[in-house]
Design a protein around this ligand. Structure first.
Ligand code: IMP
Ligand code: MG
Length: 254
């Protein structure tokens, strides 16, 4: 990991113009970036961040002989080796995440949800609908150069936000943090635009794959390093339409 003394580099490397240099206000393990303009001394920022659920490879349910193929109802027969997070668990987790994020925001200042396309598209639509407070939606598409199953950290903006985020409380909605390279780049990029605060909600994280440590306030699941698909996550643009998270059959990518 490229953190220095456990401190995420992006907190200290955001070049923000006009004295709007971000001030870290969160506790260890938090994930909030606040500009001086919105920082309220003494405000409790420890929040109610949801605890991630840790899953291991043993939690993946592989169909035995005679069991139904989890990919078959969606046209992916023989392509999904196991179900890692079934539909009901995923939806319950999203409700928990939405409550945790809403508890740290208020209706007066609706958070601007920035969905990172394409992987987070299923997540953001369920997440926004589970939020008990109003939210606004923005979309950004980035591409990270790399192989089919790992990113390089060299990021290109394919689609930028449609509006100015100056003074807004932004919540980046991410599908998965693998190496963390894409997210650390994105945080740096958005922080330079003068938002009041930036939080991150990530459905999945692979702690063993992290190369750049990025503090993320809200994480749904910590998962093993296996390549996962479904619920927005793809392999060669396939499987995004599965309503659950599963493990791709190894013969398809090894
Ligand atoms: P990172 O930069 O390595 O953290 O990952 C960036 C992006 O790679 C994620 O937002 C996903 O879109 C994609 N990705 C990483 N791991 C997986 C996976 O297991 N399945 C599908 N996509 C993944
Ligand atoms: Mg993503």
């Amino acid at each position: 990991m490229s953190s220095v003394d456990g401190v995420c580099w992006w907190r200290w490397h955001c070049d923000v113009p006009d004295g709007r240099r971000p001030v870290w206000t969160g506790p260890t393990g938090g994930g909030r970036l606040t500009s001086p303009a919105s920082y309220v001394p003494g405000r409790d920022v420890s929040g109610s961040a949801a605890r991630p659920t840790t899953l291991t490879s043993a939690d993946a349910v592989r169909p035995g002989p005679g069991d139904p193929d989890p990919g078959a109802p969606y046209g992916y027969e023989g392509e999904i080796a196991a179900t890692l997070i079934p539909v009901e668990a995923l939806q319950a987790k999203i409700r928990d995440l939405a409550e945790a994020v809403a508890a740290d925001h208020d209706s007066e200042e609706p958070p601007l949800l920035v969905c990172v396309l394409k992987g987070a598209v299923m997540f953001v639509t369920d997440f926004a609908r589970a939020m008990p407070i109003p939210t606004e939606l923005e979309f950004m598409a980035v591409s990270s150069y790399g192989s089919a199953t790992s990113s390089s950290g060299v990021v290109r903006i394919l689609k930028d936000l449609d509006r100015d985020i100056t003074g807004r409380r932004v919540v980046i909605v991410e599908d998965i943090i693998d190496s963390g390279l894409t997210l650390s780049w994105l945080l740096k990029n958005l922080a330079s635009r003068g938002p009041a605060a930036i939080d991150v909600v990530a459905l999945l994280r692979k702690p063993e794959a992290v190369k750049v440590e990025v503090d993320v306030r809200y994480v749904g699941y910590d998962i093993p390093t296996d390549f996962v698909v479904g619920y927005g996550l793809d392999f060669a643009e396939r499987y995004r339409d599965l309503p659950f998270v599963g493990l791709l059959a190894e013969h398809l990518y090894r």
